[in-house]
Ligand binder design. Sequence first.
Ligand code: AMP
Length: 206
Amino acid sequence: MKLIFLGPPGAGKGTQATGVSTKLNVPHISTGDMFRSAIKNRTRTGLEAQRYMDNGQLVPDSVVIDMVRERLAMDDCKNGYLLDGFPRTVEQAEALEGIASPDAVINIAVPDERLLSRLTGRRVCGKCQGTFHVSKLADEKVCPVCGGELIHRDDDKPETIKKRLSVYHDQTAPLIGYYTGNGKLKTVDGDNRPEDVLKAILASLE
Ligand code: AMP
């Protein structure tokens, strides 16, 4: 199955994508994670992406589309994929139609006021990539799953979050209309417990 997870930053796309990709046995492809890994490895793509990410802006379409095209050509995508964080513009969605058109698009909806508190309190493990909220952590710096170091992403700081939300509304939200138009959109309420959101997503795919 070829799936897309759509939703504002902080909607829980990454967390849900991990559960759903395991269940459906398709690779979880997060363009944000791909860029963060490219930055860590100081590749050309990483260096180019970093200045946009640091400002809460989108990386140019041509850079993202080439990276996703290469990734989807890999062997493990033969039986499908779960794309998390791509497409983020109508131009990216149109390019994807020419690469491997999705079967369904899950829109995880969460109101803006909830997203701000989720993102400012979000910590990500540098080792296992798990995502946690400070309110649920005994120690803000240590991953409760693997013991790795928890990181407060630079782009999860308040000013950058505001920018990312406005970029989402301007450039990514139009995809809701795009995928409603071709009958592929399924919206689930993301303002619930993660296990309930997962159930709602799986039910919408049946
Ligand atoms: P994420 O982890 O999905 O929130 O992505 C983090 C940052 O990576 C975004 O704020 C963008 O700067 C960049 N990024 C990730 N995916 C895309 C995309 N599909 N198009 C443009 N920029 C992206």
